[in-house]
Design a protein around this ligand. Structure first.
Ligand code: ZN
Length: 515
């Protein structure tokens, strides 16, 4: 029997997915086991695999196969919402997005970004923002050009945001972030003024191998499947997938800080479980991925913060931790531990921020990005603007650019615009999904305290993971939560945490504060 058009399309898409999976395997190896001498050859190998995958995806053969599959589905009257319809819809969307970019533009931009990243790795330790100003100016021009290629939009950043958070716009985000800022600023101020907890016992020393083993045991209980994954140490933790049945996570740790390995591992396990939870029928297709950066981050934040920084979970897990480190944790109970891992000290580093400050770091970057793209801020003034925003928003400022405008890799390794909103969308969505899970499962704290963490990951698999990219992010939120983006569950969660942990509650009347 002749191969159907949809099967032919699937076969060509599987080749592309496997080439990308092979490139991801090289990336994983580069970040975990590769000796430094392998760097030059690895860069060539990665570039070649990505190029071949791109050529296969944008080939005339694949375009013909896609068109034939669309005709075939029309001819047989395939229903909307079926997996084949979703496959051709998302493949068409990806192809159009790729086709909008001239090959010469993509090559120019990628070459520029490679040299920008290289310059940043030297400029940041040297605290040399001046060196990066002309580089960033060029990145900004190319980012605007990228947005133009991607199509007309209300705001220049909209097409850039759509690449990672489909359907989300600057207008929506500006309203959402304004609400968050109005409520988080006074909450942070109040929490930071409270008596800081004793967290000296977190400094150990704690042997790293025992920390990693403990963290791995916990994420296996969450539902991260080590028959289809593994955990390795690295410098900048990430999750990466070569197929639905091989999804790796990485972590890092410090022997003088018990938090790092725990929360990095919990975070990455959330990303990893998302991929492991995809419907197996999506294997080796463009549907086999998270639906957006924000939804992906909501899964990692759920395990890192909602579970990992909750008292309920540590009522179950703290005795296990104390059994692992009996000397270091002698005389400490779960209540003291919970207070210590939630200590609030407003600082200048986003990745070290507590839950009360984290989104303000993101909002500062998002607003600076928009100002740069809209031409309201010159790159030459970025360094000072960064410090001013920090003083105004978080009440602290770095005394150098290394921990200011040079802090994050994002603007130096990719386009400016579209990178940061996903982190805060993740926090907001994690709270909305948590509320929906409680509606279905009952009191989640009671489940966690009893050591039942698997019910939550099973719920995520059914309601979120298995769909992959078949359901667009805002449609998923509507389907699972019965509404749109809503900061209230998240703000409620933080307000409750501030009250329970620090005895802080805000007056009802001013500054956007709530009763
Ligand atoms: Zn993440």
């Amino acid at each position: 029997m002749a191969e159907s058009a949809v099967d032919r399309l699937r076969r060509l898409l599987a080749d592309v997915a496997d080439l990308r999976g092979a490139a991801f395997l090289l990336t994983w190896d580069q970040a975990t086991h590769m000796p430094p001498g392998g760097a030059a050859a690895r860069a060539r190998q990665l570039a070649l695999l990505k190029q071949v995958a791109h050529e296969r995806f944008t080939s005339p053969a694949l375009a013909r196969a896609l068109a034939a599959a669309e005709r075939e589905l029309d001819a047989i009257g395939a229903p909307d919402g079926g997996i084949e319809r979703d496959l051709v819809r998302i493949t068409r969307r990806d192809l159009e997005r790729d086709a909008a970019l001239p090959a010469t533009f993509t090559r120019t931009f990628n070459e520029h970004l490679a040299s920008s990243y290289q310059a940043w790795t030297e400029a940041r330790p040297a605290d040399d923002l001046a060196r990066m100003v002309p580089v960033l100016e060029r990145t900004l021009d190319l980012s605007r050009e990228l947005a133009q290629h991607l199509g007309p939009a209300e705001h220049v950043a909209d097409p850039l945001i759509a690449r990672s958070d489909h359907g989300v716009t600057v207008a929506q985000l500006s309203a959402l972030f304004a609400q968050l800022r109005a409520r988080l600023t006074p909450l942070l101020r109040a929490v930071a003024a409270a008596e800081p907890p004793d967290d000296g016992f977190l400094r150990g020393p704690y042997p790293l191998a025992a920390q990693f083993a403990f963290a791995l045991e916990r994420v296996r209980e969450f539902g991260y499947d080590t028959r289809r994954g593994r955990l390795d140490p690295t410098h900048h933790p990430f999750a990466i997938e070569f197929s639905i049945d091989d999804v790796r996570i990485t972590t890092r740790g410090r022997d003088d800080d018990l938090r790092e390995a725990l929360f990095c591992t919990f975070h990455e396990s959330g990303h990893g479980m998302y991929h492991q939870g995809l419907d197996p029928r999506l294997e080796a297709t463009p549907l086999a991925d998270g639906t957006s950066a924000g939804v992906h981050e909501s899964q990692s934040r759920t395990w890192e913060n909602r579970v990992g920084r909750s008292l309920a979970y540590w009522r179950y897990a703290f005795p296990l931790l104390r059994d692992t480190f009996p000397q270091q944790l002698a005389g400490v109970d779960e209540i003291a531990f919970h207070r210590a891992i939630n200590a609030v000290r407003p600082g200048v580093i986003r990745t070290q921020a507590d839950e009360f400050s984290y989104d303000l770091h993101v909002i500062v970057r998002f607003e600076l990005e928009l100002d740069l793209l809209a031409g309201r801020l010159a790159v030459a003034d970025l360094g000072e603007a960064w410090h001013e925003r920090y003083r105004a928003t978080l009440g602290v400022a770095a005394d150098d650019d290394r921990n200011g405008a040079l802090q994050d890799v994002h603007w130096f390794s990719r386009e400016i615009g579209g990178a940061f909103q996903g982190y805060t969308l993740g926090n907001v969505l994690a709270a909305q999904f948590w509320q929906a899970a409680e509606r279905d499962l009952g009191d989640l704290d009671a489940l966690l305290a009893s050591g039942d963490v698997a019910s939550l990951s099973a719920w995520q698999r059914t309601n979120i993971h298995r769909h992959g990219r078949r359901v667009d992010p805002l449609d998923l939120v509507e389907r699972v939560c019965g509404g749109g983006l809503d900061p209230e569950p998240y703000l409620d969660y933080l307000a409750t945490k501030a009250r329970d942990l620090f005895g802080v509650s805000l007056d009802a009347d001013e500054g956007g504060r709530r009763p």
